[in-house]
Write a protein that binds this ligand. Structure first.
Ligand code: MN
Length: 198
């Protein structure tokens, strides 16, 4: 059991929601990322990076951009269990985050700061410092992304910015043109319809 999942668990009633409780022993190693599209009270995209045995998480109201000139607000949220990365379904009415979730993108990532000779900062230190630079190998998103903390406090505010590399593209709008799940091909309505009554 990871102590950093205390907040995650305290917000949820696992008799009611089908989200994972995170009480399984996580597999060692790996640098997975997932972006979940979440139609809660407000639609947003949850970016989660595996750091150790949890998914460090941000809620991105407008979703990721592939344009380096676009800064997207990303609100740091509670760490999630690793098996949350596979969660797709409906969080029932009255539960925390009630609404439909689909796996919008997934893949592996690399910590770009650790790769640099003059930096070498690991993910835990990068999070503490408020500057994360990762290379995403997703199905929809690829390339460098920076996360910069602009305000601390209870719900820390960060900015999610596409780094200017060969994968940057100011014209792409993947949140509009590729709305479906990379896991099941379903859109939000499909997930909501098929999971109803579970
Ligand atoms: Mn969410």
């Amino acid at each position: 059991m990871t102590d950093s999942l205390k907040t995650y668990r305290s917000k949820r009633d696992f008799r009611k929601t089908s989200e994972p409780a995170g009480d399984e022993t996580p597999p060692a190693g790996g640098h997975r990322f997932v972006i979940q599209k979440h139609a809660a009270r407000n639609l947003h995209y949850d970016l989660r990076l595996q750091v150790g045995d949890v998914l460090v998480s941000w809620a991105v109201p407008k979703g990721p951009s592939t344009d380096p000139r676009t800064r997207r607000l990303a609100i740091r949220t509670e760490d999630h269990p690793l098996d949350y990365a596979a969660f797709e379904g409906v969080i029932p009415e009255g539960e925390y985050g009630a609404g439909t979730v689909l796996v919008w993108d997934q893949g592996d990532y690399r910590n770009l700061r650790a790769d640099k000779d003059d930096d070498g900062t690991d993910m835990a230190a990068a999070l503490d410092e408020g500057l994360v630079e990762v290379w995403l190998e997703g199905e929809k998103l690829k390339g460098g992304y920076a996360l910069k903390r602009i305000r601390g406090g209870h719900k820390p505010q960060w900015l999610l910015i596409k780094m200017d590399d060969d994968e940057a593209d100011a014209r792409r709008r993947p949140t509009s043109t590729q709305p479906e799940s990379v896991k099941t091909g379903r859109d939000l309505d499909d997930v909501a319809d098929e999971e109803e009554g579970d």
